[in-house]
Ligand binder design. Structure first.
Ligand code: NAD
Length: 259
């Protein structure tokens, strides 16, 4: 049977880019999916329609992941709709770039709020539900899976993007500390660190042939990534096929970390 048959997944920021590909891939592997989005109703509805057309359950839920009440409400609505939740993919993220000395307090706070606090708020709600419910042995040997979408910049510094690099560096410790603390509850926690993936967030880095050629100099494998590269890794990390992988960061980056 499909790897994620009968499981329920929440994917944050799933109306575009990596989140959309992850939502579709989890559904393709048998999961029912909550397509979280931020005021992006039309695009989210399209993702839901595509998943439903493929015969899987899906709903769209609007929630700003950086706000406590909307996140809690998203989990309540998920449980109302599907009865439970088994997988959280913490994907929503933003960039607000500026040279360090020009970076505003607002740019700093906003990126930390979405990329780090947002991951904390969603993971905390997921862990609460996983602990309350325990293992559903008919669908998985773990009580729940939390997957953090990080970045190679959790370890590689990034000038001009210090708020982003700091948020992902913080996320690395959030993930590892959660993994340590939640292991006794049989909750599995891991990260995927994408390299350069063609999505709206980094359009400037690949949209012209010159920009793409410059980017390719940093990618040994010789091509820019696509959202489906991340989605395939996410299905594996969310499934029992990776049951002994815990507290790990999987770099899906065409070898970018080799430089
Ligand atoms: P994207 O802009 O297509 O996706 C980000 C999504 O998050 C959007 O749908 C956006 O609406 C949503 N979002 C933003 N703020 C939100 C909030 N407060 N609440 C809920 N949703 C919110 O870009 P992407 O590349 O698909 O990014 C997805 C994740 O992948 C991010 O965490 C990003 O840091 C990470 N990442 C991307 C790359 C890349 O090269 N594209 C590389 C490394 C890491």
């Amino acid at each position: 049977q499909p790897l994620l048959q009968g499981q329920v997944a929440i994917v944050t920021g799933a109306s575009s880019g990596i989140g959309r590909a992850v939502a579709k891939a989890l559904a393709g592997a048998g999961a029912s999916v909550v397509v979280n989005h931020l005021s992006d109703w039309e695009a989210a509805r399209k993702v839901v329609n595509d998943i439903q057309a493929a015969g899987r359950g899906a709903i769209a839920i609007e929630a700003d992941v950086s706000q406590e009440e909307p996140v809690q409400s998203m989990f309540r609505k998920t449980i109302e709709a599907f009865g439970t939740v088994d997988i959280l993919v913490n994907n929503a993220g933003i960039q607000q770039d500026a040279p360090f000395v020009e970076m505003t307090f607002e740019q700093w706070n906003k990126v930390l709020a979405v990329n780090l606090t947002g991951q904390f708020l969603c993971a905390r709600e997921a862990a609460r539900e996983f602990i309350r419910r325990g293992i559903r042995s008919e669908v998985s040997c773990a009580a729940g899976k939390i997957l953090c979408i990080s970045s190679v910049h959790e370890v590689i510094p990034w000038s001009g993007h210090v708020n982003y690099a700091a948020s992902k560096g913080g996320l690395m410790q959030l993930m590892k500390s959660m993994a340590q603390e939640l292991a006794s509850h049989k909750i599995r926690v891991n990260s995927i660190a994408p390299g350069a993936i063609k999505t709206p967030i980094n359009r400037k880095a690949w949209e012209t042939p010159e920009a793409e050629a410059q980017l390719l100099e940093k990618i040994p494998y010789g091509r820019v990534g696509i959202p489906e590269d991340i989605a395939k890794a996410a299905v594996w990390l969310a499934s029992d096929d990776s049951d002994y992988v815990h507290g790990a960061t999987l770099f899906v980056d065409g070898g970018m970390m080799l430089y």
